[in-house]
Design a protein around this ligand. Structure first.
Ligand code: MRU
Length: 357
């Protein structure tokens, strides 16, 4: 599948050849005001980029970690003492895995590279070439899977669809197309999209800063709202469906996603509006039984008390900042994947979908 045309907005790129080239990340903290690409020379740089939110979004951080492992092992080219190379690989894998706890794609991508390295029999140089190829494959497969997901998702909509979305799930959060925003793009391409409601997504403002910017880049008809306006527009009958991405779907169908997602699902139930989740198979974690078992990242208080450098709240106030919440499966109308659409009971339908691959 040629994904070139669809990858207008990308979060990460490799410049040059495997041995002498370098990785660059678009600094998502600075968007939409400035577009700055940072050079990432080492696995430590990549880990810092994930931890500090230069790159974010579940699939994108998995892709970054895979390139990080390849970059880290590049420093070992020529030193072919097997044990030292293996222990260095595990050190880097652990360092990258510790960057963010909730999105399962990070661990999925690292495990995929670990499996490759564990069974690898060539030189350290050949291992690096194979790790780069694996990182490239993870990126391009993600984009192809998003395109497939987009086609499945667009089939669920009639012309004139007015869709509300939360956080950023577009090219910036993925290999370059998008999960929930990818489905919205596919609806647009199919002539079915009337309008996108973009939740600003307090407190980190991924919606206001990133999704709004991507909608403009893609020419999608969009309106930015604050999160607390969603109920109002639902009551007015101006929202036909909500589509969100996810950081982890567990075996019973519970869905972890950006804080505020659960509230939207509750609102959808009240207003009898479908609540769809776009989830690549790499985001489905059948090893975790229940949403209560998902580790929710707690982020700095300053992201709540400040906007940028400007303080809004009084010093000394207590602050809570869970970055994600868990939507119970019974509020989810359907989970859209690249293999098809799963519906309740998810404990059965997710396994069937995965086994159908
Ligand atoms: O904290 P972030 O910005 O990494 O959170 C991102 C989200 O919650 C997205 O909705 C999710 O990763 C799906 S992205 C395709």
């Amino acid at each position: 599948m040629d994904t070139q045309l669809e990858r207008r907005v990308v979060p990460i790129r490799w410049i040059g050849n495997v041995i002498h080239g370098h990785l660059e990340m678009l600094d998502q903290r600075l968007l939409p005001v400035s577009e700055v690409w940072h050079r990432m020379a080492t696995a430590e740089d990549v880990a810092a980029g994930i931890r500090d939110m230069v790159i974010r979004g579940a699939p994108a951080i998995g892709i970054a970690a895979a390139y990080g492992l390849a970059l880290g092992m590049r420093e070992y080219v020529g030193r072919d003492q097997g044990e030292q190379v293996a222990s260095e690989f595990e050190r880097l894998a652990l360092m990258l895995a510790k960057t963010r706890p909730t999105a399962v794609n990070l661990f999925w991508a690292i495990e995929r590279c670990q499996m490759l390295a564990a069974s690898f029999e060539g030189s350290s140089r050949e291992l690096v070439v194979a790790l780069f190829a694996e990182a490239d494959a993870i990126l391009h497969e993600d984009c192809e899977n998003n395109l497939r997901m987009g086609r499945f998702g667009a089939e669920l909509f009639n012309p004139g669809a007015r869709i509300l979305t939360h956080c950023n799930t577009g090219g910036l959060a993925t290999g370059g197309y998008g999960t929930a925003l990818g489905i919205i793009r596919a609806c647009h391409a199919a002539g079915k999209l009337a309008h996108v409601w973009v939740d600003e997504t307090r407190p980190y403002l991924q919606g206001a800063r990133l999704t709004a910017w991507e909608c403009l880049q893609e020419g999608l008809p969009a309106t930015l709202i604050t999160d607390n306006m969603a109920a109002h527009f639902m009551k007015l009958g101006q929202v036909d469906a909500v589509i969100v991405g996810t950081d982890r779907v567990v075996a019973n169908g519970d869905v972890a996603n950006k804080i505020g997602t659960y509230g939207l699902a509750v609102l959808c139930k009240h207003h009898a509006i479908p609540f769809y989740v776009a989830a690549p198979i790499s985001t489905i974690d059948l090893a975790t039984a229940h949403g209560d078992d998902i580790v929710i990242e707690q982020r700095p208080a300053q992201e709540v008390t400040h906007i940028g450098d400007r303080r809004l709240a009084p010093e000394g106030i207590g602050v809570a900042h869970p970055a994600f919440d868990v939507t119970p499966a019974d509020l989810v109308t359907a989970i859209i994947t690249e293999l098809g659409v799963a519906r309740a009971p998810y404990a059965k339908s997710l396994v069937e979908l995965i086994e159908s691959a």
